[in-house]
Design a binder for this molecule. Structure first.
Ligand SMILES: Cc1ncc(COP(=O)(O)O)c(C=O)c1O
Length: 408
C-alpha cells in the first residue's frame, strides 16, 4: 500500500506484524530501538527476489544476474541519495556492528602507540569494544569523553577534552540506544576537525529518526543497520569519505574484492568493492531499497512531529506514576524512554508487561558502562517509532500501573 501523507491508520495497516495479539492482547510494540517492524513492501521485495529474481550479483553475464546487479546497485544509489553522499562511499555490511569493526580493523596500520582514540561512556558496546581491541593491539591510548551525572554531554567540556587529547579518532553515537538522547554532534565534529581528529558516528539509532545529510554533518564515517530503518536484518552500511575508505586495510578478503590474484599476491579493488568480498545479502539490500522507497513517500518532518508528540505524551503519563525514575532527557530525544520503578528488577516488570501484550526492552541494553555511570544494573526501555499511536501509550501505561499494583 502506498503512503502519500502521514495517515497513521493507513501506515499501521502497512505493517502486518502490528496486527497480531500477544498473550490474547493486541500487541503494543515499544521496542523499535531493538528492531523496527517491516512494511509489507519490504517483505514483498525480499520475497520477490527469492521467488522471481534470484541470481548472484557482479559475476554473471546472463539476464537474471545482470538484472540482480542493477537492482542491487540501484539501492546503493538510493541509500547514498538518502544520506546526501556519493554511491562509492556506501559499503554494505552485516550491520552497524560489522561496519564499526570494519573501520577499527581497517585503521590498524594508521594508529600507533602515540595515538589516542576517544569513546564515550554512553555508547553501545558495538562502538566501544572494537576500539578497546584496536587500542590494545596498537598500543594506542583509549580515552573516554566526559559525561555529566545525568548522562548528558557538556559540549564545552567535551571540546576542551578533544583539544587537550588531540585524538586520532572520536567514536560517538548520534543518539543513545538506551536513553534516546540526541548528541549535539555539530560542535563536537567541528572541534574534532580543528585538531585533525577523524569522527565515526554510530547512526544505528539516529538514521531513521534524524535522517541526516552526511555531507552537512561532516563526519568521516557513519554506520547504520537496515533493520532499525524498516529494512531486513543482517544488513547495514558504512559511509566513509572515498579517499578515507580506500586508505583502510581490507576487513575480509576473497572473491569480488580483488583486481588480480596470483598464487602469492593479490591486488584489491577500490571501495566499496574492496570491502564487499563474497556473495552479499542481495535480498536484504533489495528489501532495504523498498524500505527507503517507503520512507521517501513519507514526509520526514511529519514523522518527527508525530514521534515527538507521542514521546511527550508518553513521558507525561509515565512521570505521573509515583516511584518512576526517568533517565532520558526529553528535549533532544529520538523517542525513547529509559526508566525504572523503585527498586523493582526491570526483568520482572518486562515479563509482567508481556502478559499485557506490551513489548519493551529490559536489562543493560548493551550499554554496561552507561549503567555503571547511572549507578544502576539495568532499566526498562520503551522506544517509539512513527507507527506507534496514542493507544499504544495508553495500553502501556495501563499495563504498567496494573503490574506495579501486583508488585507493591
Ligand atoms: C547505537 C547502536 N549501535 C550499534 C548497534 C548494533 O547494531 P547491529 O546489532 O544491528 O549491528 C545498536 C543496536 O542496537 C545500537 O543501538
Amino acid at each position: 500500500m502506498s503512503v502519500t501523507s502521514f495517515d497513521l491508520t493507513k501506515i499501521r495497516q502497512d505493517f502486518p506484524t502490528l496486527k497480531q495479539t500477544i498473550n490474547d492482547q493486541p500487541l503494543t510494540y515499544l521496542d523499535s530501538a531493538a528492531t523496527t517492524h517491516k512494511p509489507q513492501c519490504v517483505i514483498d521485495a525480499t520475497n520477490a527476489f527469492y521467488s522471481e529474481q534470484n541470481a548472484n550479483v557482479h559475476r554473471g553475464r546472463h539476464t537474471l544476474s545482470e538484472q540482480a546487479t542493477q537492482r542491487y546497485e540501484q539501492v546503493r544509489d538510493k541509500t547514498a541519495a538518502y544520506f546526501g553522499v556519493a554511491s562509492n562511499e556506501i559499503v554494505w555490511t552485516k550491520g552497524a556492528t560489522e561496519a564499526i569493526n570494519l573501520v577499527a580493523n581497517g585503521l590498524k596500520n594508521q594508529i600507533t602507540s602515540s595515538d589516542t582514540v576517544v569513546i564515550t561512556p554512553l555508547d553501545h558496546h558495538a562502538n566501544i569494544v572494537p576500539w578497546q581491541v584496536l587500542t590494545q593491539q596498537t598500543g594506542a591510548t583509549l580515552a573516554v569523553l566526559p559525561l555529566n551525572a545525568d548522562a548528558t554531554f557538556d559540549i564545552d567540556a567535551c571540546c576542551d577534552f578533544i583539544a587537550l587529547h588531540k585524538p586520532k579518532l572520536l567514536a560517538i553515537s548520534q543518539a543513545s540506544n538506551t536513553l534516546g538522547n540526541i548528541t549535539d554532534l555539530a560542535p563536537l565534529i567541528r572541534c574534532a576537525k580543528s585538531v585533525g581528529c577523524l569522527v565515526l558516528v554510530d547512526g544505528a539509532q539516529g538514521a531513521l529518526h534524524l535522517k541526516s545529510n552526511l555531507n552537512t554533518l561532516d563526519c568521516d564515517f557513519y554506520v547504520f543497520s537496515a533493520h532499525k530503518m524498516l529494512g531486513p536484518t543482517g544488513l547495514g552500511a558504512l559511509y566513509g569519505r572515498s579517499a578515507l575508505l580506500n586508505s583502510l586495510l581490507p576487513y575480509q578478503t576473497g572473491g569480488e574484492m580483488i583486481e588480480t590474484v596470483t598464487l602469492t599476491h593479490s591486488t584489491f579493488r577500490e571501495a566499496p568493492a574492496k570491502f564487499e568480498s563474497g556473495t552479499p545479502n542481495i535480498a536484504g539490500v533489495l528489501g532495504f531499497g523498498a524500505a527507503l522507497d517507503y520512507l521517501n513517500r513519507l514526509n520526514h518532518q511529519d514523522i518527527v512531529n508525530h514521534e515527538q508528540a507521542l514521546l511527550q505524551y508518553a513521558a507525561h503519563k509515565l512521570l505521573k506514576i509515583d516511584g518512576i525514575t526517568l533517565y532520558s532527557e526529553l528535549k533532544h530525544n529520538i523517542g525513547t524512554l529509559c526508566f525504572n520503578y523503585k527498586n523493582e528488577h526491570p526483568y520482572d516488570l518486562a515479563t509482567l508487561l508481556d502478559g499485557y501484550g506490551v513489548a519493551l526492552r529490559s536489562g543493560h541494553h548493551c550499554t554496561q558502562p552507561l549503567m555503571t555511570h547511572l549507578g544502576i544494573n539495568g532499566s526498562l526501555r520503551a522506544s517509539l517509532a512513527f507507527y506507534n499511536n496514542r493507544a499504544d501509550v495508553d495500553n502501556f501505561i495501563f499495563a504498567l500501573q496494573n503490574c506495579i499494583a501486583l508488585l507493591d
